[in-house]
Write a new protein. Sequence first.
Length: 202
Amino acid sequence: MTTDQVDTGVDRVVLTFAEMAFLLSVRQAPVVRTQVLAGYPEGVEAAGESSLLARGLCEMRERAVVPGQEVLTVLAGLTTATTRVRAVAWTESGMRFAHLFFGPHVALAVLPFAGMRFDVRVLGAPLGEQVIGFVDAHLAPTGPVAILVEATTGESTTSMSVTVDESGDVTVSDSQHSPDRGAPVPRAAALDRMAQVFGMLP
């Protein structure tokens, strides 16, 4: 695959897991692949390549697969990220994932949804605001709710969990303060702590 200039004007694109697997195999990004595609079937790269060509997200030029601007943006965001975030929320309606990638060129959210697809969005707000938005969206007034956010920058990993029990009590635990036993706090304090912990990351 050959590449050209990245157009960060692209807002979002939907990719299948096979298309994502192909892109990550081309760029040889095993760490990102492990995070995003854990639990998905293996050996689907050829199908992903064919799908990208059929949808016009890539094209064939002189026997080389050339990515379009949407794919270039996705590749840049996934493979040049200096900070990777994995967020998981367990609620009564099920489990929700969000993968966030922040780097020098572009910031992306990779959101799994039905049909083994990913909604890939270019982010405008900083990391701290994105994390708070995810937590706030899933922090129901009453539980059971459990939310885990883990951010990795280089060799350093910062994690934080927030839970809500059936009576509505909110508990917070993080890797920087009280890593083993969560402390009951008001909802607003939980979000403030999220902003404090993840707002410091690049």
